[in-house]
Design a protein around this ligand. Structure first.
Ligand code: GLN
Length: 538
């Protein structure tokens, strides 16, 4: 039962991209630091069942959970901040809500009644929220509502918040994040947009308990008092969220603004005396006082997009801090590598990561980058498609298999070194049918991977349909490729390394999804260290 669980909602007003995800994750971190257990959920108002079929231009990175859910990238922030695994239940879209309701209707669950947005859709939303509370694992469930209040699409979600607030009383609080813009010409911060967005929320029956104001300049006590007065909240409930140097500063900024205390007060929770953020502070200290820096190339198809490789960029930050090094990530477009010599683009780098991806665009550029780092002994990490490209590169340039390719890009290739997995051959629907989520991988003790993970059996998350073709195993092993990670259940090659190279690792899984502030991922920590060593010996 969820009798004692408290439900917190985070809504957004005025504009998108104000950082609801980071505020939610920061609040979770603070509540954890006070000894509470917390999970964070994102409700997305779009009709796709999940973001798995959206491309990065539409939606940034698709984040994959342990249980194989393809989710919104905010879940990555939740995990990176809280180190608490999320699951399918932590990301629910309008599409999924409607699908569940329609399935129930067909099953006959609503026989005799007209199925409507209220109560059927809102009840289903409520069920999805309470599902997390009912696990018995959490003191707080934070639910972030995607979009901006006033959007047609988010209405059923806001209506659900209204109902839950009414039902739960002080076991529920609403935090509304708005923008307080600074008008240069007037030399003033403006509260009107916040007032309007709170009015919009009120029109839908929801009075926010706490207002978090995103701003580029500090809010004066006068501005806070004005917002409090016009939006019916206490002055202490107006929280400033000033632009930060890094997202990792936000938990400490929220601590200074007492967001956690305000939330505990509003939900009738006694405030524990201590707030332990020592790990976090140590991480920030390392992050902000690097002893040196390395430059690592990120080769991919969407490098111009800020959010396309979110988890990889964050994992570099964690791996950098663990080494007390600043990592400069240099974006290199895979297509540019098809037009300019690899040397021109890669020669100053200390390491190269070839990114995951789908589709043929830029493939030859990725392969060319891998040839260059293999021959020049530059540290290399290939992730998913990046690993598959390493296999293709080695086949073509070392094994002499002319035309070797992945069947994803050349179904007629004479040497299908990367092939569709057996189980994938029957797949017809493309949504949610890849090899998704965490699988076991057994490491060879004589490998870079083992020296980093320091354990024989690991579990990593996947998102792919294609795989190393086992028919080529002997040929690869005989020519200096080490297959150092194998999935024991299905005998799939998950990691490749090179005998004659100081640091060359290709992984079929996505290590970046598992990197957190508290537990930086060993492969990223290892790659940054290898880049540093390479730089010292240049
Ligand atoms: N397109 C490749 C596959 O489906 C790789 C996927 C990825 O990089 N995530 O196997």
């Amino acid at each position: 039962m969820d009798k004692k669980v408290k439900y917190l909602f985070v809504t957004g007003g005025v504009s998108s991209s104000l950082g609801k995800g980071i505020i939610s994750a920061s609040l979770a971190k603070l509540l954890q630091g006070r000894g509470f257990t917390v999970t964070i959920q994102k409700l997305d108002p779009y009709i796709n069942i999940d973001p798995g079929t959206l491309n990065p231009y539409e939606h940034g990175e698709c984040y994959v959970t342990e249980d194989g859910a393809e989710t919104d990238l905010d879940l990555g922030h939740y995990e990176r901040f809280s180190s608490t695994p999320t699951s399918q239940a932590n990301n629910v879209t309008t599409g999924r809500i409607y699908q569940n309701v329609i399935n129930k209707e067909r099953r006959g669950d609503y026989l005799g009644t007209t199925v409507q947005v209220i109560p059927h859709i809102t009840d289903e939303i409520k069920r999805s929220i309470r599902l997390l509370g009912q696990t018995g694992k959490y003191d707080f469930v934070i639910t972030e509502i995607g979009g901006t209040v006033g959007d047609i699409e988010s209405f059923p979600f806001i209506e659900t918040v209204r109902q839950m607030k009414w039902e739960l009383g002080d076991r529920c609080a609403v935090i509304h994040l708005t923008l307080v813009p600074y008008l240069k010409a007037a030399g003033e911060l403006k509260t009107k947009p916040t007032q309007h967005s709170v009015k919009t929320l009120l029109e839908q029956g929801v009075q926010p308990d706490i207002i978090v104001c995103r701003t580029e300049k500090h809010l004066t006590p006068g501005i806070k008092a004005k917002i409090a007065q016009f939006c019916n909240v206490q002055t202490s409930s107006v929280i400033e969220s000033i632009d930060a140097e890094t997202i990792y500063d936000v938990p400490l900024l929220m601590r200074d603004e007492k967001l956690d205390i305000e939330v505990l007060k509003k939900t009738g929770t006694p405030v524990p005396e201590t707030l332990d953020l020592s790990n976090w502070e140590q991480f920030l200290k390392n992050l902000k006082n690097p002893k040196g820096e390395v430059t690592i190339g990120l080769v991919g198809k969407y490098v111009e997009l800020k959010d396309a490789y979110k988890s990889i960029n964050e994992a570099f930050i964690h791996g950098g801090a663990a080494n007390q090094l600043k990592v400069n990530v240099k974006a290199i477009s895979a297509e540019a590598l098809e037009e300019q010599p690899a040397e021109t683009l890669l020669k100053d780098l200390d390491a190269v990561l070839v990114a995951p991806g789908f589709g043929e665009r830029g493939i030859n550029g990725k392969i060319e980058a891998i040839r260059y780092v293999r021959e020049n002994k530059i540290p290399f990490l290939g992730i998913c498609l990046g690993m598959q490209c390493a296999v293709i590169e080695f086949s073509r340039n070392v094994l002499g298999l002319k035309g070797a390719h992945s069947k994803e890009f050349d179904p007629e290739t004479p040497y299908p070194v990367i092939d569709l997995m057996e189980k994938q051959k029957k797949v017809k629907n493309l949504g949610g049918t890849m090899r998704l989520g965490a699988y076991n991988c057994k490491l060879d003790k004589d490998s870079i991977s083992y020296s980093l993970y320091k354990q024989e059996m690991i579990r990593e998350r996947h998102r792919h349909r294609f795989e190393f073709n086992n028919d080529y195993r002997d040929l690869f092993i005989g020519n200096g490729v080490k297959l150092t990670g194998i999935n024991p259940e299905e005998d799939l090659v998950e990691i490749i390394e090179l005998q004659d190279h100081p640091w060359f690792v290709g992984v079929q899984f996505h290590p970046e999804y598992r990197s957190t502030v508290k537990y930086p991922h060993p492969l990223f920590t290892g790659l940054v260290k290898a880049a540093w060593d390479y730089k010292q010996n240049k």
